[in-house]
Design a protein around this ligand. Sequence first.
Ligand SMILES: O=C(O)C[C@H](Nc1ncnc2c1ncn2[C@@H]1O[C@H](COP(=O)(O)O)[C@@H](O)[C@H]1O)C(=O)O
Length: 475
Amino acid sequence: MEERSIFHCLSPLDHRYYLANRNLFDQLTGYLSEEASIQYCIKVEIALLKSHVNLSMKGRPDLLSALDSVEASVSPSEVYEEEEKTQHNIRALVNVLKRKVPEETAPYVHLGATSVDILDTAQSMRMRDAVRNVIIPTLLKVEEELVRLCRDNAEVPQVGRTHGQHAVPITFGFAMAEYASRLGKSIIQINRLAGDLRGKIAGAVGSYNSTALLTSDPEGFEAEILESLGLKPSETATQMVEPEYLLRLLLEINVAFGILANLADDLRHLQRSEINEVRELFKSEQVGSSTMPQKRNPWNSEHVKSLWKAFAPRVMTFFMDQISEHQRDLSNSASMRFIADYLAGFAAAAARSLKVLKSLHVNAAQMMKNIHSSGDLVLAEAAYILLAAAGESEAHEIIKQLTLRCEKEGISLATAIKDNSAVSELVSRSLKAVGLPEAELFFARQEQYRGAAVKKAREIADRYEGIQDFLKEDK
Ligand SMILES: O=C(O)C[C@H](Nc1ncnc2c1ncn2[C@@H]1O[C@H](COP(=O)(O)O)[C@@H](O)[C@H]1O)C(=O)O
Protein backbone atom coordinates (compact mmCIF):
# COMPACT_ATOMS: atom_id res chain seq x y z
CA MET A 1 0.00 0.00 0.00
CA GLU A 2 1.08 3.56 -0.73
CA GLU A 3 3.17 5.27 2.01
CA ARG A 4 2.11 8.89 2.55
CA SER A 5 3.67 11.66 4.60
CA ILE A 6 1.94 12.25 7.92
CA PHE A 7 1.20 15.79 6.73
CA HIS A 8 -1.25 14.25 4.26
CA CYS A 9 -3.30 12.67 7.06
CA LEU A 10 -6.65 14.16 7.94
CA SER A 11 -6.76 13.92 11.72
CA PRO A 12 -4.50 16.23 13.80
CA LEU A 13 -3.92 13.12 15.91
CA ASP A 14 -2.03 11.67 12.96
CA HIS A 15 0.18 14.69 12.26
CA ARG A 16 0.33 17.61 14.74
CA TYR A 17 -0.42 15.70 17.92
CA TYR A 18 1.39 12.60 16.74
CA LEU A 19 4.57 14.68 16.48
CA ALA A 20 3.96 16.11 19.95
CA ASN A 21 3.34 12.68 21.48
CA ARG A 22 5.28 10.34 19.23
CA ASN A 23 6.40 7.89 21.90
CA LEU A 24 3.02 7.73 23.60
CA PHE A 25 1.09 7.34 20.34
CA ASP A 26 3.53 4.68 19.08
CA GLN A 27 2.73 2.71 22.23
CA LEU A 28 -1.00 3.20 21.70
CA THR A 29 -0.90 2.06 18.07
CA GLY A 30 0.33 -1.30 19.39
CA TYR A 31 -3.22 -1.75 20.69
CA LEU A 32 -5.46 0.67 18.82
CA SER A 33 -4.28 0.78 15.20
CA GLU A 34 -6.05 -1.18 12.47
CA GLU A 35 -3.05 -3.50 12.31
CA ALA A 36 -3.33 -4.16 16.06
CA SER A 37 -7.05 -4.70 15.71
CA ILE A 38 -6.46 -7.42 13.09
CA GLN A 39 -3.69 -8.97 15.20
CA TYR A 40 -5.94 -9.13 18.25
CA CYS A 41 -8.72 -10.69 16.16
CA ILE A 42 -6.19 -13.30 15.03
CA LYS A 43 -5.27 -14.00 18.68
CA VAL A 44 -8.93 -14.74 19.38
CA GLU A 45 -9.39 -16.87 16.24
CA ILE A 46 -6.27 -18.87 17.11
CA ALA A 47 -7.38 -19.36 20.74
CA LEU A 48 -10.71 -20.66 19.39
CA LEU A 49 -8.93 -22.91 16.91
CA LYS A 50 -6.65 -24.30 19.63
CA SER A 51 -9.71 -25.22 21.69
CA HIS A 52 -11.08 -27.03 18.63
CA VAL A 53 -7.76 -28.88 18.34
CA ASN A 54 -8.07 -29.84 22.03
CA LEU A 55 -11.69 -30.90 21.56
CA SER A 56 -11.57 -32.70 18.22
CA MET A 57 -7.91 -33.49 17.50
CA LYS A 58 -6.78 -34.74 20.93
CA GLY A 59 -4.79 -31.54 21.55
CA ARG A 60 -2.08 -32.54 19.07
CA PRO A 61 1.06 -30.65 20.12
CA ASP A 62 2.36 -30.32 16.52
CA LEU A 63 -0.83 -28.53 15.47
CA LEU A 64 -0.95 -26.36 18.60
CA SER A 65 2.63 -25.21 18.14
CA ALA A 66 2.14 -24.61 14.39
CA LEU A 67 -0.73 -22.26 15.27
CA ASP A 68 1.60 -20.09 17.36
CA SER A 69 3.27 -18.66 14.26
CA VAL A 70 0.10 -17.81 12.33
CA GLU A 71 -0.40 -14.31 13.78
CA ALA A 72 2.95 -13.08 12.49
CA SER A 73 2.26 -14.43 9.00
CA VAL A 74 -0.82 -12.30 8.27
CA SER A 75 -0.56 -8.77 6.92
CA PRO A 76 -3.41 -6.24 7.18
CA SER A 77 -3.24 -5.57 3.44
CA GLU A 78 -3.94 -9.26 2.68
CA VAL A 79 -7.07 -9.05 4.81
CA TYR A 80 -8.15 -5.78 3.18
CA GLU A 81 -7.62 -7.25 -0.31
CA GLU A 82 -9.77 -10.22 0.66
CA GLU A 83 -12.42 -7.86 2.06
CA GLU A 84 -12.74 -6.25 -1.36
CA LYS A 85 -14.19 -9.61 -2.46
CA THR A 86 -16.15 -10.64 0.61
CA GLN A 87 -17.32 -7.16 1.63
CA HIS A 88 -17.19 -8.60 5.15
CA ASN A 89 -14.11 -7.91 7.26
CA ILE A 90 -14.21 -10.93 9.56
CA ARG A 91 -15.05 -13.42 6.81
CA ALA A 92 -12.11 -11.89 4.92
CA LEU A 93 -9.83 -12.56 7.89
CA VAL A 94 -11.20 -16.11 8.20
CA ASN A 95 -10.49 -16.80 4.51
CA VAL A 96 -6.91 -15.55 4.92
CA LEU A 97 -6.41 -17.61 8.08
CA LYS A 98 -7.67 -20.78 6.40
CA ARG A 99 -4.82 -20.43 3.93
CA LYS A 100 -2.24 -19.99 6.73
CA VAL A 101 -3.15 -22.68 9.29
CA PRO A 102 -2.26 -26.40 9.06
CA GLU A 103 -4.60 -27.99 6.49
CA GLU A 104 -6.28 -30.36 8.98
CA THR A 105 -7.31 -27.45 11.15
CA ALA A 106 -8.69 -25.28 8.32
CA PRO A 107 -12.31 -26.52 8.60
CA TYR A 108 -12.29 -25.47 12.25
CA VAL A 109 -11.23 -21.86 11.71
CA HIS A 110 -13.96 -19.60 13.19
CA LEU A 111 -16.20 -22.69 13.66
CA GLY A 112 -19.06 -21.96 16.02
CA ALA A 113 -18.22 -18.27 16.27
CA THR A 114 -20.00 -15.25 14.95
CA SER A 115 -17.95 -12.24 13.81
CA VAL A 116 -18.66 -10.30 16.96
CA ASP A 117 -17.42 -13.14 19.18
CA ILE A 118 -14.07 -12.33 17.65
CA LEU A 119 -14.47 -8.54 17.39
CA ASP A 120 -15.82 -7.87 20.88
CA THR A 121 -13.38 -10.25 22.56
CA ALA A 122 -10.49 -8.68 20.66
CA GLN A 123 -11.77 -5.21 21.51
CA SER A 124 -11.91 -5.98 25.23
CA MET A 125 -8.33 -7.24 25.11
CA ARG A 126 -7.10 -4.20 23.17
CA MET A 127 -8.83 -1.72 25.45
CA ARG A 128 -7.62 -3.52 28.58
CA ASP A 129 -4.04 -3.59 27.31
CA ALA A 130 -4.04 0.01 26.00
CA VAL A 131 -5.50 1.32 29.23
CA ARG A 132 -3.35 -0.72 31.60
CA ASN A 133 -0.09 -0.45 29.65
CA VAL A 134 -0.27 3.12 28.34
CA ILE A 135 -3.11 5.21 29.77
CA ILE A 136 -2.75 4.23 33.44
CA PRO A 137 1.06 4.67 33.53
CA THR A 138 0.65 8.16 31.98
CA LEU A 139 -2.03 9.10 34.50
CA LEU A 140 0.13 7.80 37.34
CA LYS A 141 2.89 10.20 36.31
CA VAL A 142 0.38 13.07 36.41
CA GLU A 143 -0.76 11.90 39.84
CA GLU A 144 2.83 11.74 41.04
CA GLU A 145 3.35 15.39 40.09
CA LEU A 146 0.12 16.41 41.81
CA VAL A 147 1.22 14.62 44.97
CA ARG A 148 4.59 16.39 44.81
CA LEU A 149 2.96 19.80 44.38
CA CYS A 150 0.60 18.97 47.20
CA ARG A 151 3.39 18.04 49.59
CA ASP A 152 5.89 20.75 48.57
CA ASN A 153 3.26 23.48 48.88
CA ALA A 154 1.33 22.14 51.87
CA GLU A 155 2.18 25.28 53.85
CA VAL A 156 2.34 27.84 51.02
CA PRO A 157 -0.45 30.33 51.69
CA GLN A 158 -2.86 31.10 48.88
CA VAL A 159 -6.21 32.80 48.89
CA GLY A 160 -9.18 30.52 48.23
CA ARG A 161 -11.46 31.93 45.53
CA THR A 162 -15.15 31.42 44.89
CA HIS A 163 -17.03 33.20 42.08
CA GLY A 164 -13.67 34.70 41.11
CA GLN A 165 -13.52 36.62 44.40
CA HIS A 166 -11.26 36.24 47.40
CA ALA A 167 -12.96 33.93 49.91
CA VAL A 168 -10.74 32.75 52.79
CA PRO A 169 -7.08 31.68 52.87
CA ILE A 170 -5.99 28.12 52.08
CA THR A 171 -2.64 26.77 50.94
CA PHE A 172 -1.57 25.95 47.39
CA GLY A 173 -0.86 22.38 48.51
CA PHE A 174 -4.46 22.13 49.68
CA ALA A 175 -5.67 23.36 46.27
CA MET A 176 -3.57 20.68 44.56
CA ALA A 177 -4.82 18.04 47.03
CA GLU A 178 -8.26 18.41 45.53
CA TYR A 179 -6.92 17.31 42.15
CA ALA A 180 -4.68 14.56 43.55
CA SER A 181 -7.71 13.11 45.31
CA ARG A 182 -10.12 13.42 42.37
CA LEU A 183 -7.70 12.07 39.78
CA GLY A 184 -6.40 9.37 42.13
CA LYS A 185 -9.87 7.94 42.62
CA SER A 186 -10.53 8.04 38.91
CA ILE A 187 -7.28 6.19 38.13
CA ILE A 188 -8.23 3.44 40.60
CA GLN A 189 -11.65 3.14 38.99
CA ILE A 190 -10.29 3.13 35.40
CA ASN A 191 -7.86 0.39 36.34
CA ARG A 192 -10.62 -1.70 37.93
CA LEU A 193 -13.00 -1.28 34.97
CA ALA A 194 -10.25 -2.10 32.46
CA GLY A 195 -9.70 -5.35 34.34
CA ASP A 196 -13.39 -6.18 34.14
CA LEU A 197 -13.81 -6.04 30.35
CA ARG A 198 -15.35 -9.26 29.08
CA GLY A 199 -15.27 -11.52 26.03
CA LYS A 200 -17.69 -13.94 24.43
CA ILE A 201 -17.67 -17.06 22.27
CA ALA A 202 -21.41 -17.70 22.41
CA GLY A 203 -22.41 -17.58 18.75
CA ALA A 204 -24.83 -15.66 16.57
CA VAL A 205 -27.25 -14.49 19.25
CA GLY A 206 -25.33 -15.35 22.41
CA SER A 207 -27.19 -18.55 23.23
CA TYR A 208 -24.44 -21.07 22.29
CA ASN A 209 -26.58 -22.73 19.55
CA SER A 210 -23.55 -23.40 17.37
CA THR A 211 -21.00 -24.53 19.95
CA ALA A 212 -23.64 -26.69 21.68
CA LEU A 213 -23.55 -28.81 18.47
CA LEU A 214 -19.85 -29.42 19.02
CA THR A 215 -19.57 -29.89 22.79
CA SER A 216 -21.85 -30.76 25.69
CA ASP A 217 -20.33 -27.88 27.64
CA PRO A 218 -20.40 -24.80 25.38
CA GLU A 219 -19.98 -22.43 28.31
CA GLY A 220 -16.92 -24.36 29.47
CA PHE A 221 -15.59 -24.25 25.90
CA GLU A 222 -16.05 -20.46 25.90
CA ALA A 223 -14.51 -20.04 29.37
CA GLU A 224 -11.43 -22.06 28.34
CA ILE A 225 -10.83 -19.86 25.27
CA LEU A 226 -11.39 -16.63 27.14
CA GLU A 227 -9.23 -17.72 30.07
CA SER A 228 -6.33 -18.28 27.67
CA LEU A 229 -6.81 -14.63 26.62
CA GLY A 230 -7.07 -13.36 30.20
CA LEU A 231 -10.78 -12.54 30.05
CA LYS A 232 -13.98 -13.65 31.74
CA PRO A 233 -17.20 -14.17 29.75
CA SER A 234 -19.89 -11.54 29.56
CA GLU A 235 -22.55 -12.52 32.09
CA THR A 236 -25.13 -12.56 29.30
CA ALA A 237 -24.66 -11.80 25.63
CA THR A 238 -26.65 -11.12 22.51
CA GLN A 239 -24.53 -11.26 19.41
CA MET A 240 -22.42 -8.82 21.44
CA VAL A 241 -20.81 -8.63 24.85
CA GLU A 242 -23.00 -6.57 27.20
CA PRO A 243 -22.07 -3.04 26.13
CA GLU A 244 -21.90 -1.57 29.64
CA TYR A 245 -18.56 -3.17 30.55
CA LEU A 246 -16.81 -0.98 27.97
CA LEU A 247 -19.21 1.94 28.34
CA ARG A 248 -18.45 2.26 32.07
CA LEU A 249 -14.72 2.27 31.38
CA LEU A 250 -15.07 5.00 28.76
CA LEU A 251 -17.30 7.04 31.05
CA GLU A 252 -14.74 6.89 33.84
CA ILE A 253 -12.02 7.93 31.40
CA ASN A 254 -14.22 10.88 30.51
CA VAL A 255 -14.49 11.66 34.23
CA ALA A 256 -10.68 11.78 34.39
CA PHE A 257 -10.69 13.94 31.24
CA GLY A 258 -12.98 16.42 33.02
CA ILE A 259 -10.67 16.48 36.05
CA LEU A 260 -7.67 17.27 33.84
CA ALA A 261 -9.67 20.00 32.06
CA ASN A 262 -10.73 21.51 35.38
CA LEU A 263 -7.12 21.51 36.60
CA ALA A 264 -5.96 23.08 33.33
CA ASP A 265 -8.60 25.77 33.65
CA ASP A 266 -7.54 26.57 37.23
CA LEU A 267 -3.88 26.74 36.28
CA ARG A 268 -4.74 29.00 33.36
CA HIS A 269 -6.62 31.44 35.59
CA LEU A 270 -3.78 31.49 38.12
CA GLN A 271 -1.57 32.70 35.24
CA ARG A 272 -3.68 35.83 34.61
CA SER A 273 -1.48 38.94 34.70
CA GLU A 274 -3.38 40.28 37.71
CA ILE A 275 -3.04 37.00 39.64
CA ASN A 276 0.35 35.67 38.48
CA GLU A 277 0.55 32.87 41.06
CA VAL A 278 1.88 30.09 38.82
CA ARG A 279 3.57 30.01 35.45
CA GLU A 280 4.12 27.36 32.79
CA LEU A 281 7.74 26.87 31.78
CA PHE A 282 8.81 29.49 29.25
CA LYS A 283 12.13 28.85 27.52
CA SER A 284 14.21 31.77 26.24
CA GLU A 285 13.84 30.70 22.58
CA GLN A 286 10.07 30.34 22.99
CA VAL A 287 7.58 32.93 21.69
CA GLY A 288 4.53 34.06 23.61
CA SER A 289 2.87 36.20 20.96
CA SER A 290 3.76 36.87 17.33
CA THR A 291 3.32 40.58 17.97
CA MET A 292 3.57 41.23 21.73
CA PRO A 293 7.02 40.10 22.82
CA GLN A 294 6.23 40.36 26.55
CA LYS A 295 3.48 37.69 26.43
CA ARG A 296 3.88 34.37 28.31
CA ASN A 297 0.65 32.67 27.35
CA PRO A 298 -0.64 29.69 29.36
CA TRP A 299 -1.28 27.89 26.11
CA ASN A 300 -0.41 24.39 27.30
CA SER A 301 -3.20 24.56 29.87
CA GLU A 302 -5.50 25.96 27.18
CA HIS A 303 -4.47 23.08 24.90
CA VAL A 304 -5.63 20.52 27.50
CA LYS A 305 -9.01 22.23 27.77
CA SER A 306 -9.28 22.42 24.01
CA LEU A 307 -8.65 18.67 23.61
CA TRP A 308 -11.28 18.07 26.27
CA LYS A 309 -13.76 20.16 24.25
CA ALA A 310 -12.96 18.11 21.13
CA PHE A 311 -13.22 14.68 22.74
CA ALA A 312 -15.36 14.79 25.89
CA PRO A 313 -18.62 15.21 23.90
CA ARG A 314 -17.86 11.87 22.20
CA VAL A 315 -19.39 10.39 25.30
CA MET A 316 -22.76 10.92 23.58
CA THR A 317 -21.70 8.45 20.90
CA PHE A 318 -20.63 5.98 23.59
CA PHE A 319 -24.14 6.16 25.03
CA MET A 320 -25.70 5.81 21.57
CA ASP A 321 -23.57 2.72 20.90
CA GLN A 322 -25.18 1.15 23.96
CA ILE A 323 -28.33 0.59 21.93
CA SER A 324 -28.71 -2.21 19.41
CA GLU A 325 -31.83 -3.76 17.90
CA HIS A 326 -32.89 -7.12 19.33
CA GLN A 327 -29.81 -9.36 19.36
CA ARG A 328 -27.79 -6.82 17.34
CA ASP A 329 -27.59 -4.41 14.45
CA LEU A 330 -24.44 -2.97 12.91
CA SER A 331 -25.03 0.69 13.66
CA ASN A 332 -22.33 0.74 16.34
CA SER A 333 -19.63 -0.60 14.03
CA ALA A 334 -18.24 2.51 12.35
CA SER A 335 -18.89 4.74 15.37
CA MET A 336 -16.96 2.49 17.77
CA ARG A 337 -13.89 2.62 15.55
CA PHE A 338 -13.40 6.21 16.75
CA ILE A 339 -12.80 5.07 20.35
CA ALA A 340 -9.16 4.83 19.29
CA ASP A 341 -9.10 8.56 18.49
CA TYR A 342 -10.83 9.33 21.75
CA LEU A 343 -8.22 7.43 23.77
CA ALA A 344 -5.40 9.09 21.83
CA GLY A 345 -6.95 12.52 22.46
CA PHE A 346 -7.24 11.72 26.16
CA ALA A 347 -3.66 10.43 26.32
CA ALA A 348 -2.44 13.62 24.59
CA ALA A 349 -4.27 15.72 27.20
CA ALA A 350 -2.78 13.68 30.05
CA ALA A 351 0.71 13.98 28.57
CA ARG A 352 0.34 17.76 28.20
CA SER A 353 -0.96 18.06 31.78
CA LEU A 354 2.13 16.17 32.90
CA LYS A 355 4.39 18.56 30.99
CA VAL A 356 2.72 21.58 32.61
CA LEU A 357 2.84 20.17 36.15
CA LYS A 358 6.43 18.93 35.93
CA SER A 359 7.82 22.38 35.24
CA LEU A 360 5.20 24.55 36.93
CA HIS A 361 6.68 27.60 38.63
CA VAL A 362 4.88 28.37 41.90
CA ASN A 363 5.14 32.04 42.87
CA ALA A 364 4.71 31.81 46.65
CA ALA A 365 5.58 35.49 47.19
CA GLN A 366 2.83 36.59 44.80
CA MET A 367 0.35 34.23 46.48
CA MET A 368 1.10 35.93 49.81
CA LYS A 369 0.81 39.38 48.20
CA ASN A 370 -2.55 38.44 46.72
CA ILE A 371 -3.95 37.32 50.09
CA HIS A 372 -2.91 40.63 51.61
CA SER A 373 -4.28 42.61 48.65
CA SER A 374 -7.76 42.19 50.13
CA GLY A 375 -6.42 43.63 53.37
CA ASP A 376 -7.83 41.73 56.31
CA LEU A 377 -11.27 41.35 54.75
CA VAL A 378 -10.54 37.65 54.12
CA LEU A 379 -10.89 37.39 57.92
CA ALA A 380 -14.48 38.69 57.93
CA GLU A 381 -15.77 35.13 58.29
CA ALA A 382 -13.40 34.56 61.20
CA ALA A 383 -14.55 37.81 62.86
CA TYR A 384 -18.21 36.86 62.51
CA ILE A 385 -17.62 33.37 63.92
CA LEU A 386 -15.60 34.70 66.87
CA LEU A 387 -18.32 37.24 67.57
CA ALA A 388 -21.10 34.66 67.36
CA ALA A 389 -19.15 32.27 69.59
CA ALA A 390 -19.12 35.00 72.23
CA GLY A 391 -22.92 35.02 72.19
CA GLU A 392 -23.81 37.74 69.64
CA SER A 393 -26.82 36.51 67.62
CA GLU A 394 -26.53 39.28 64.96
CA ALA A 395 -22.83 38.62 64.45
CA HIS A 396 -22.99 38.09 60.67
CA GLU A 397 -24.93 41.31 60.04
CA ILE A 398 -22.71 43.34 62.38
CA ILE A 399 -19.52 42.21 60.65
CA LYS A 400 -21.08 42.68 57.21
CA GLN A 401 -21.86 46.32 58.12
CA LEU A 402 -18.28 46.76 59.32
CA THR A 403 -16.95 45.39 55.98
CA LEU A 404 -19.15 47.91 54.12
CA ARG A 405 -17.60 50.64 56.22
CA CYS A 406 -14.13 49.27 55.43
CA GLU A 407 -14.86 49.43 51.70
CA LYS A 408 -16.34 52.92 51.92
CA GLU A 409 -13.66 54.46 54.11
CA GLY A 410 -10.68 52.37 53.01
CA ILE A 411 -9.92 51.18 56.53
CA SER A 412 -9.00 47.69 57.74
CA LEU A 413 -11.44 45.35 59.39
CA ALA A 414 -9.19 45.34 62.47
CA THR A 415 -9.64 49.13 62.73
CA ALA A 416 -13.39 48.94 62.20
CA ILE A 417 -13.63 46.31 64.96
CA LYS A 418 -11.38 48.31 67.28
CA ASP A 419 -13.62 51.36 66.79
CA ASN A 420 -16.58 49.37 68.08
CA SER A 421 -15.77 48.57 71.71
CA ALA A 422 -18.62 46.06 72.20
CA VAL A 423 -17.61 44.03 69.14
CA SER A 424 -13.93 44.40 69.93
CA GLU A 425 -14.38 43.07 73.47
CA LEU A 426 -16.39 40.02 72.35
CA VAL A 427 -13.96 39.17 69.53
CA SER A 428 -11.00 39.46 71.93
CA ARG A 429 -12.76 37.26 74.47
CA SER A 430 -13.35 34.56 71.84
CA LEU A 431 -9.78 34.73 70.56
CA LYS A 432 -8.52 34.19 74.11
CA ALA A 433 -10.97 31.33 74.71
CA VAL A 434 -9.66 29.34 71.73
CA GLY A 435 -6.02 30.17 72.41
CA LEU A 436 -5.49 32.42 69.35
CA PRO A 437 -3.21 35.49 69.32
CA GLU A 438 -4.71 38.80 70.37
CA ALA A 439 -6.72 40.77 67.80
CA GLU A 440 -3.92 42.99 66.54
CA LEU A 441 -1.72 40.02 65.64
CA PHE A 442 -4.60 37.82 64.48
CA PHE A 443 -5.83 40.40 61.95
CA ALA A 444 -2.31 41.11 60.67
CA ARG A 445 -1.62 37.48 59.75
CA GLN A 446 -4.57 36.55 57.63
CA GLU A 447 -2.66 33.68 55.97
CA GLN A 448 -2.74 31.81 59.29
CA TYR A 449 -6.53 31.53 59.04
CA ARG A 450 -6.36 28.32 57.01
CA GLY A 451 -8.13 25.73 59.13
CA ALA A 452 -7.02 22.16 58.39
CA ALA A 453 -5.64 22.99 54.92
CA VAL A 454 -2.04 21.98 55.74
CA LYS A 455 -3.06 18.75 57.45
CA LYS A 456 -5.42 17.84 54.60
CA ALA A 457 -2.77 18.51 51.93
CA ARG A 458 -0.33 16.22 53.73
CA GLU A 459 -2.91 13.49 54.30
CA ILE A 460 -3.89 13.42 50.62
CA ALA A 461 -0.23 13.42 49.55
CA ASP A 462 0.42 10.42 51.85
CA ARG A 463 -2.66 8.57 50.63
CA TYR A 464 -2.07 8.96 46.89
CA GLU A 465 1.67 8.47 47.08
CA GLY A 466 0.68 4.86 47.75
CA ILE A 467 -1.77 4.65 44.81
CA GLN A 468 0.11 1.65 43.35
CA ASP A 469 -1.07 -0.40 46.35
CA PHE A 470 -4.71 0.32 45.46
CA LEU A 471 -4.05 -0.72 41.86
CA LYS A 472 -2.43 -3.99 42.92
CA GLU A 473 -5.62 -4.92 44.76
CA ASP A 474 -7.44 -4.80 41.40
CA LYS A 475 -4.96 -6.83 39.36
O1 LIG B 1 -21.16 -13.33 12.13
C1 LIG B 1 -21.73 -12.45 11.48
O2 LIG B 1 -21.18 -11.92 10.51
C2 LIG B 1 -23.11 -12.11 11.94
C3 LIG B 1 -23.83 -11.09 11.01
N1 LIG B 1 -23.51 -9.74 11.30
C4 LIG B 1 -22.34 -9.08 11.17
N2 LIG B 1 -21.49 -9.15 12.17
C5 LIG B 1 -20.28 -8.54 12.07
N3 LIG B 1 -19.88 -7.84 11.01
C6 LIG B 1 -20.73 -7.75 9.98
C7 LIG B 1 -21.99 -8.34 10.02
N4 LIG B 1 -22.63 -8.04 8.88
C8 LIG B 1 -21.77 -7.29 8.13
N5 LIG B 1 -20.60 -7.14 8.80
C9 LIG B 1 -19.38 -6.44 8.35
O3 LIG B 1 -19.02 -5.40 9.27
C10 LIG B 1 -18.22 -4.43 8.56
C11 LIG B 1 -18.75 -3.05 8.91
O4 LIG B 1 -17.85 -2.07 8.50
P1 LIG B 1 -17.83 -0.62 9.18
O5 LIG B 1 -19.19 -0.06 9.02
O6 LIG B 1 -16.75 0.11 8.47
O7 LIG B 1 -17.49 -0.86 10.62
C12 LIG B 1 -18.31 -4.76 7.10
O8 LIG B 1 -17.14 -5.41 6.69
C13 LIG B 1 -19.52 -5.69 7.07
O9 LIG B 1 -19.52 -6.61 6.01
C14 LIG B 1 -25.35 -11.28 11.20
O10 LIG B 1 -26.02 -11.25 10.18
O11 LIG B 1 -25.86 -11.44 12.28
